[in-house]
Design a protein around this ligand. Structure first.
Ligand SMILES: Cc1cc2nc3c(=O)[nH]c(=O)nc-3n(C[C@H](O)[C@H](O)[C@H](O)COP(=O)(O)OP(=O)(O)OC[C@H]3O[C@@H](n4cnc5c(N)ncnc54)[C@H](O)[C@@H]3O)c2cc1C
Length: 338
């Protein structure tokens, strides 16, 4: 009989964020299909009252909280102490948490303290043969594995964007306060965003727009058109609020200090040595669609590409639709329509 605990940290405004609500969906899926299992929620934050009310109707039998000023900020020592205390208090055998920077940083250590095991990058939670099973991808998203473990407690970090965030009515619940240590030599100073300037990476966008190195190549008139390329790309991304991805070739050019698209950095790179974003749709432009790039499109549901070359990689079964066309021309017209 599994005792399930979903760990959630409270955001600075006192609510639970989308990743926490996604982890709750995963935990509820276990509870629904594991006969005789119980579900407890474990909240960590400066004040957990509002967050407990927010998920009051989620079906958890117990609402446990480690609350206080010390737990309102991200810090290994206090986050780990809170998580450890919540696992002990709940007697959890399965611990589910979203892969936020806070939990991803400390839960491996907590698993170690409790002689547990941890699996990360979980993309699916299910039950098979009466046992919990989880899925995750290996080798840069090329192979999907389904895992089971007999060892308990079993910690699971769910990747963000893989489960629907839980939705339901707020309800008053009784919150059981759990004590944890606050000792730490680390003082939280402030949040610093990694990216300066305009934000172009939007994980929640409907569309991923990928720019490839073709934007910087000589065009039919024998000239390069960097400035127009930058205008077309940024205009489109602003108008559609899409997320901007790039091929490696293009960000490498930018990194060499050449006067190419200066708003691109390695953070935008999609692919084997870049990111594997999750968006319902993707549009690749001036990008050849080679395997090391396309492997980063694993979780893009509908894929389209614009390329002058009818034999580019996208045409080899990698895109749903390939427009054999000049991307400058297409994007110019598309931006006019937008
Ligand atoms: C170990 C390893 C890891 C790698 N990891 C990654 C990775 O993570 N991500 C990644 O992206 N790559 C990665 N690569 C590199 C990858 O193999 C390709 O070299 C790279 O993706 C090519 O980038 P590109 O398609 O933008 O450029 P190019 O190959 O130069 O293609 C440019 C394309 O633009 C088209 N084009 C030009 N002008 C126009 C126009 N006006 N309209 C329409 N189309 C036009 C051309 O037809 C061409 O197909 C990796 C390679 C290795 C070896």
């Amino acid at each position: 009989m599994e005792s399930i605990l979903v760990l959630m940290h409270v955001e600075p405004d006192g609510t639970l964020g989308k990743p926490a609500l996604e982890a709750l969906t995963a935990a509820r899926a276990f509870k629904q299909f594991l006969a005789g299992s119980t579900l407890a929620s474990g909240l960590v934050g400066a004040d957990a009252g509002g967050a407990a009310r927010q998920i009051g109707s989620c079906g958890a039998e117990r609402f446990l909280a480690v609350a206080g000023e010390a737990y309102g900020v991200p810090r290994y020592a206090t986050d780990a102490a809170a998580a450890e205390a919540l696992v002990r208090a709940s007697g959890a055998t399965l611990v589910v948490a979203a892969s936020t920077s806070r939990w991803a940083r400390c839960l491996a250590g907590v698993a170690q303290r409790l002689d547990g095991r941890i699996d990360t990058h979980i993309t699916g939670a299910a039950v098979s043969g009466g046992k919990p099973v989880v899925s995750r991808w290996y080798y840069r998203q090329r192979m999907e594995a389904v895992l089971q473990r007999t060892h308990r407690p079993w910690f699971l970090l769910t990747d963000v964007g893989c489960h629907e965030p839980w939705k339901g009515e707020a309800a008053d619940v009784e919150v059981q306060s759990v004590q944890a240590g606050t000792a730490s030599r680390t003082r939280f100073a402030e949040y610093r965003a990694p990216q300066a300037g305009e934000q172009t990476i939007r994980p929640d966008a409907e569309l991923l727009f990928v720019a490839g190195a073709g934007w910087t190549k000589k065009q039919a008139d024998g000239k390069v058109h960097h400035e127009e390329a930058a205008d077309l790309i940024l205009n489109f991304v602003r108008k559609t609020q899409s997320s901007l991805g790039s091929s490696k070739s293009l960000v490498d050019l930018s990194g060499e200090g050449q006067a190419v698209l200066p708003f691109l950095s390695h953070l935008n790179q999609v692919g084997q040595t870049g990111s594997t974003p999750r968006h319902p749709k993707g549009l690749a432009t001036c990008c050849h669609g080679e395997e090391p790039h396309v492997v980063g499109w694993r979780f893009i549901h509908e894929r389209r590409a614009i390329n002058l070359d009818a034999n580019c990689g996208w045409a080899q079964g990698k895109a749903d639709v390939l427009y054999v066309a000049d991307a400058f021309e297409v994007m110019r017209r598309l931006n006019e329509k937008l």
